[in-house]
Design a protein around this ligand. Sequence first.
Ligand code: F6P
Length: 563
Amino acid sequence: MESSTVTSSEKSDPREQATARLSQMLEHSADEVMSCSLHQLMQDDGGRFSQLSRRVGPFLVDFSKQRVTRQTMDLLVWLASNSGLAAKRKALLEGEIVNASERRPALHPLLRWPHDKRPPAGCESVVKAIHGELQRMEELVERIRSGGWRGATGETISDVVNIGVGGSDLGPRMACQALSEFAPQSERKMAVHFVSTMDGAQLAPLLRRLDPKRTLFILSSKSFTTVDTQFNMRTALSWLMRELGQSESSIKRHHILGVSSREDRMTQWGLPTDNQLHFAEGVGGRFSLWSPIGISVGLALGMPTFHELLAGAHWMDRHFAEAPMIKNLPVLLAMLGVWNSDFLHIPSHAVLPYDGRLALLPSYLQQLEMESNGKSTTAEGIPIDGTTCPILWGEVGPNAQHAFFQLLHQGTHDVSCEFIAPVQRYTEAHHDREALELQAQHRLTLANCLAQSQLLALGDDALDTSLGDDTISGYRGNQPSTTLLLDALTPWSLGALLALYEHKVFVQSVIWKINPFDQPGVELGKRLATGLHDILEERAPMNDELDASTRDLLAHIHMAVPR
Ligand code: F6P
């Protein structure tokens, strides 16, 4: 971890001095662990698993396949404690301004504050507003699911399409996929679809098979200006008007709901107040699943499932707030990430769920982690010399084994990995026979999960312990990983899992001195795209100041695709 971001006044600060000392000790520890193999570390310390794993709530998290010693873990926890984390965590959880550039709090923990618990002091009105909107969302969900909501021609709703992108898409889409088995069996089925891409590739085939009389669109957009979403909605609106032969205002009243923090823009667009759900600007897009942005989860799976998701996340909030640092899962997960990134210089992190229901988790975490901490200046604008958020990628583990595990085992890149798997696969929704079959398949999946983490850690040394076949070799080993086992994948445990990652991101931002709640790096691309779109639409002339590559590509497209 570089210390050149520390200014001279900071150097005289006792906390900064302690940070510098701890960093030095961690550098020393990194030299030590790099000089011996993970196999050696595991052989040298028989109590490694019990010392370097944590059983908390529904989680068993094994850090013993990380390239650390017990002492490294202690040092990392001291580094976290010395960073002022406790005060910053309190500020986050109690709704204070933690997003300095936008002068906003980060309200996602308050979105899951329970009804029957007194809110943190000073947050009473915020929590009251949150609960009021949750109640409105519940009423809307109930009306739509029960058949009380009618389309413009008097039909009930059978299909809901969430139009949104980034945080207004990834969270609800991932949760709906992960928890589809939890849809109540007894109630009317509601098909929920997600459209995010601006190219119409998802929307066009969907419109071909949907019944406009029975389709409701949810326009999910915190800002209510994102062009991707606006363009998709414009296409959907014309489709509804054309197919149903109704006025724009009737279509908006009967077939469109809006979820946004910009009530004014929804109203200006002509959406009736009753069709709007609101959340505060202090809820970041990538943290907004818990807000009315989650309405598609309620519609697909019922509100009890959504409430369970909130309850699991709140449990993790309390764990984060109250557990000692050495047992605190978000702190440990974050600090191991800092270790791999800053001290072992591993630039890449693979998320590997061993359960197909979590297929979208890597994408969800890509936005959560990289949009939050993919920055190179501190919150004060000072350049950071060391590294920050690694490149995060991933895929469902068993499929990835047949794709990129070759590189992990025998390639030239250091990659840290996160294996995530539920222990029990079946749920109450499965009949006896199906449950047995599913669990049998899942045992195979778990065996593969453990085999891969074992091989990544030990490399050729894995042969000693299990296969005894010295004709197979060339496995690099020493690729560190964490294995995160969930007792079972439920709405509650998924809520806790996602909140675990949210807080991991926050802890890392404290260590790196980053503001994790803004995303200035995505703004300029949007502005440039607007300018280029104007040229393609012939609303603006070709700009001679454009770089030659962009200008000639534009000219090529223009010639090939005349307006
Ligand atoms: O990618 C930038 C971003 O602002 C994300 O942070 C956000 O989740 C996404 O765009 C969608 O924004 P909105 O919900 O305002 O449409």
